[in-house]
Design a protein. Structure first.
Ligand code: FES
Length: 217
């Protein structure tokens, strides 16, 4: 496989031609916030808008998860324009996310906490009006809980359920602020005989899917 060279944050990096910029950066220890990307998902959803970076020669920042690396590419993950866009996306996301970390099963492993620290933004930013959803929590499965209020709609569990596992229990429903990850006809998850839920729990970047009784996988 042909390799090419690029520069990220003044570091020269060699990677395989055709590789994705987000994974090249992460594999080389350069953090770029991301919620909706999955390494084995061929088409990025690019929905979270957290992975903005600046590429020399481009007028506007680009999302790293949708960018293929190129020979001689010069990337800056710390540019002011890129960080401003990522911060705005994060603050909008947090405007509809309940923040009660001390009682959340994802506390200390939550991607939102990591992203807030990286972007130096509070978990309860004040720029946008708080609009928290009050959706029913699904306790119907004996082993795990699904709390749609903590879901950030990254789509990772949906893709894992449908494409990686071929189970097709989870999907998106509704639009705009009503958009939610749910089951067909909103059936309780416990009625659907899902046995491979561990993969969905592992892929969830927040505490939306978690084991009961605070257990960890
Ligand atoms: S990881 Fe790139 S937009 Fe979500």
């Amino acid at each position: 496989m042909k390799t090419i060279s690029l520069t990220i944050n003044d570091r020269e990096i060699t990677a395989r031609k055709g590789d994705n910029l987000l994974w090249v950066a992460l594999d080389n220890g350069i953090h770029i916030p991301n919620l909706c990307a999955l390494r084995d998902k061929p088409e990025p959803m690019a929905g979270c808008r957290l992975c903005f970076v600046e590429v020399k020669g481009r007028e506007q920042p680009v999302t790293a998860c949708t960018e293929t690396i190129a020979e001689g590419m010069v990337v800056n993950t710390q540019g002011a324009k890129a960080l401003r866009l990522a911060r705005t996306a994060f603050e909008l996301l947090m405007a509809s996310h309940p923040v009660d970390c001390a009682h959340c099963p994802a506390n200390r492993s939550c991607e939102l906490q990591k992203t807030a620290a990286y972007l130096r933004v509070k978990l309860k930013p004040k720029r946008f009006r708080k609009l928290v959803r009050e959706l029913p929590i699904d306790h119907s499965n004996p082993q795990f809980v699904y709390d749609p209020n903590k879901c950030v709609l990254c789509g990772r569990c949906v893709w894992v359920c449908q494409q990686r596992l071929g189970i097709d229990i989870l999907g998106f429903a509704h639009r705009s602020f009503e958009r939610v990850v749910t089951t067909f006809a909103d059936e309780p998850i416990g009625d659907l005989n899902c046995r491979d839920f561990q993969e969905c729990i592992i892929t969830c970047p927040t505490g939306a899917l978690s084991l009961k009784d605070g257990e960890k996988i």
